[in-house]
Structure formats: structure tokens, C-alpha cells
Design a protein around this ligand. Structure first.
Ligand code: GLN
Length: 432
């Protein structure tokens, strides 16, 4: 691992006015102020080393420290320094998402596994029986994934990779040519991982071609805001909340978040899940992206790394942030809101108006309301009005259809007002 860098004094941290955040409307932005506060606390964290095994990465300013957060509604917040850095391993989940989207999970699973390796990012982590790299978040797996990017030649593959990365960020991402040549000049360990995968029959095409895609994806320049938007795109089921473009399918986004949750922070992934509780991915450029599904993408950057290759201050900032904003994925015990907004009895018709998202627990409440009502009344008409429902999971359709069939068998007339076809299993709004 990299040698010690100079000690890093606490930077001056401020919340930065943001064109897409509440500053745009002149409102006080307490969210960016909260980010600035936690940056100050995290900047007390010293130590860490620059990753100089890619020589060009040793030339970055170790004091720069910035954070940004974008919601699935497309609003952004930020604090600290604005700068760009190379994305490095944070490219892995995004290229993985694109390749899964294009080829499907099963095809990808032929070549790369799903298990945490518990080893450093550049370890030789290949399954003994199949020769598959353990997962796509470590170098060995990511190099195989890079070889699978669709395209009739390397040039097309690189273009496809860059188009996907740019679509995730919502802007054209540029290459850092100096880092790219530095990676290529010193990347023999990565080439060796490529050759091992090739020998095991897991690599598509040549090692040189795979390395071309891989080194380029690692050398793309991003800002913390880019990472926040890229993360928010995964949080938002694959649709970029700023541009509105669908980048990958909802299922590909879900598979990717699952991998990030178990493997994104290398051999710190288990403790990370305990302390921070967010799917995340770090890179040796000092960036980390973290995601709260359905809510936010977060990007943070500070170059000095700990022994596992994760940004020292980045880890600290995200640990604070998860606590401050109450973001831990598994820390959301909730009293489910009732989806029922009103009930009305008129001319023998019992109408139940429902709103919001019909997930499993809200549908369960609705079904029990219907059964309770029908047990206490003489058979007549019961009507469920879904016009204020924003989205329904397939389980809602299954439970309501089955309940309707039961009620009809008991002499009830059962009507579902679903003009937006939310309960149609293949409808756009449906998700598993
Ligand atoms: N480009 C780097 C490498 O291959 C990426 C590693 C990382 O960010 N962890 O070594």
C-alpha cells in the first residue's frame, strides 16, 4: 500500500451555493449547512496515505475535502472543496450495472461471482473450482466485467463504457490522460489478474483489450457532485433524477446495489454495513459513493487512504452523515402509514379511497380493512378507488385480485377503480 503523505490540516469548510439546491430560490439551505458541519468534524481525522502505486495519484492535494448529496427528486446539496479527481474503482458498480442491463445477470454470473472476498481490492480472488473472480467490486472481477462491455471492437467498447458513465453522471465525463498513462505504465498486477481470468476461461477477448476499457473507466474525472448524481441514479432505480434519462433497468440497479452492500468497501465491507449501513463503493483516488435506495446518492472525496484503500476522511464523513441524517438502510423501523385516505358509504356502495405507494405492508392493511368491512355488513358493493395511488408493487395486484375473488364468492360486488392500470403486472409502474 501507499507510503505516508504529508499530514493534512483541517480545511476551511463551507456550504457551497448550489444552482440546483434550495440556494437557487434564496432559501436557507440547512441540508448543505449540515454537510458543512460534518465535514468540519470529519476533517479532524488525520492520517492516511496517497495511493502512489499509480504514480500520478501521488500528485493530488491531500487537503481537499468535499461532499455532495443528490436526492431522487434531483435536488443537490454540497459542502467543502470543489475539485475533480479520478473515479478509479467507483467506476466498477456503474460499468457492472450497464453490463448486467445489456447481458442479464445469468450471463454475467458465468464469469463473475457474488461473494465478498474479504481480501484487498487487488487480491487474486478467484473461486477455486470455477476460476471466477469472487465479485465485480474488486479488480479481478471488474477487469472481467470490462471485457464484457458490448461492442464489436475495443474502440466501441470504450465508447459504450464512457457513454454509460456519462449518462449516470448526466454530463460528458472527461479522461485524465496523465492518470491513464500512469495506470497503463504500472498496471502489471492488473494485467496478471486479467491473464488468470483468461486462463480460467472467464475473460471475453484479449487481456490487452480488457485493460484498455478498465484503465479508461478508472481514469475518468469526476466531482463529488457527479458521484452524488451517479449514486442518485442507482437510488432512483436506474433513472437519472437530474436528466430524467433511464440509464439502466430497475433490476440492474438493484443487483448493483446488492453487490455494493456486500463488497463495495473491500475488506471493510462488513464493518461499514454495521457503522454506516449504505451500499457504497470507494476508489483509490479518494472518492466514495454511497447510496440510500429510494432517497439519496452521496459523493465524498479526500485523497489520503487507509490501509484498505478507503478514504480516511471520506469514511469518517459518511459515518457521521449516516448518523446525522438517519440514513442507515437497516435502521428504518416504521409504523406503516395507512394507505386509506377516506371511506364512504353511499347507496349500498362502500368506497375506499387509497393513496401513495401500495407496497406489501400497505396492501396488507387495505385487505384487512376490506375483510373487516365485509364481515360486518350484508353483501353489497365494495369499491377500491386507486386514483391517488402513485405506484403499486406486483404483490398489491396479487393480494387485491385474490381478495376480490373471495369477496365475490361471498356475494359481494367488488370493483377496483384503476384507470392508470397500476395493478397490471407488466405495467411500467410495477416492480418486484
Ligand atoms: N485503477 C485502480 C487499480 O486498478 C483502481 C483500484 C481502486 O480504486 N481500488 O488498481
Amino acid at each position: 500500500m501507499p507510503p505516508p503523505s504529508t499530514p493534512n490540516p483541517p480545511p476551511t469548510v463551507r456550504a457551497t451555493p448550489n444552482p440546483t439546491g434550495p440556494h437557487a430560490t434564496g432559501r436557507t439551505d440547512h441540508i448543505s449547512a449540515g454537510l458543512a458541519d460534518l465535514l468540519i468534524r470529519a476533517s479532524r481525522q488525520h492520517g492516511g496515505r496517497l495511493a502512489d502505486y499509480i504514480p500520478e495519484l501521488a500528485h493530488v492535494d491531500p487537503d481537499r475535502f468535499g461532499i455532495a448529496m443528490t436526492s431522487v427528486l434531483g435536488r443537490s446539496y454540497r459542502a467543502g472543496d470543489e475539485n475533480t479527481f479520478t473515479i478509479q474503482s467507483i467506476s466498477k458498480p456503474f460499468v457492472y450495472a450497464m453490463v448486467i442491463d445489456e447481458l442479464g445477470l445469468e450471463e454475467v454470473a458465468r464469469n463473475v461471482g457474488f461473494e465478498p472476498s474479504g481480501e484487498p481490492f487487488n487480491a487474486i480472488s478467484l473461486e477455486p473450482d470455477t476460476g471466477r473472480p469472487d465479485n465485480a467490486m474488486i479488480n479481478a472481477g471488474a477487469i472481467v466485467i470490462s471485457s464484457m462491455v458490448p461492442g464489436i471492437n475495443t474502440d466501441r467498447q470504450v465508447r459504450r463504457m464512457r457513454a454509460a458513465m456519462s449518462a449516470f453522471a448526466g454530463r460528458e465525463l472527461e479522461l485524465d490522460e496523465a492518470v491513464l498513462s500512469s495506470e497503463a505504465a504500472t498496471g502489471d498486477r492488473n494485467r496478471a489478474l486479467g491473464y488468470l481470468a483468461l486462463a480460467a476461461g472467464r475473460l471475453d477477448g484479449s487481456v490487452a483489450d480488457a485493460m484498455e476499457v478498465y484503465f479508461q473507466q478508472c481514469s475518468l474525472k469526476v466531482s463529488v457532485e457527479d458521484l452524488a448524481v451517479m449514486g442518485a441514479t442507482l437510488a432512483h432505480g436506474g433513472t437519472n433524477p437530474v436528466t430524467g434519462d433511464r440509464v439502466v433497468s430497475e433490476l440492474a440497479a438493484r443487483h448493483t446495489l446488492s453487490m455494493m452492500a456486500s463488497c463495495g468497501m473491500y475488506d471493510y465491507s462488513g464493518e461499514w454495513m454495521i457503522r454506516v449501513g449504505l451500499p457504497a463503493k470507494s476508489g483509490v483516488g479518494g472518492g466514495i459513493v454511497a447510496i440510500l435506495p429510494g432517497q439519496f446518492g452521496i459523493g465524498v472525496h479526500s485523497a489520503p487512504l487507509d490501509a484498505r484503500g478507503n478514504s480516511v476522511r471520506g469514511v469518517e464523513a459518511l459515518t457521521e452523515l449516516s448518523d446525522y441524517f438517519g440514513m442507515h438502510l437497516l435502521g428504518h423501523p416504521r409504523s406503516p402509514l395507512s394507505p386509506i385516505v377516506s371511506t364512504r358509504d353511499c347507496d349500498g356502495v362502500h368506497t375506499v379511497a387509497v393513496r401513495g405507494e401500495l407496497d406489501f405492508v400497505s396492501t396488507e392493511q387495505l385487505v384487512h380493512h376490506l375483510l373487516d368491512h365485509c364481515e360486518q355488513a350484508e353483501p353489497a358493493t365494495v369499491r377500491v378507488d386507486l386514483s391517488a395511488v402513485t405506484r403499486a408493487r406486483p404483490i398489491a395486484g396479487r393480494l387485491l385480485t385474490a381478495t376480490g375473488d373471495d369477496l365475490r364468492r361471498h356475494g359481494w360486488e367488488f370493483q377496483l377503480l384503476d384507470s392508470a392500470c397500476l395493478l397490471t403486472p407488466d405495467g411500467d409502474n410495477a416492480t418486484r
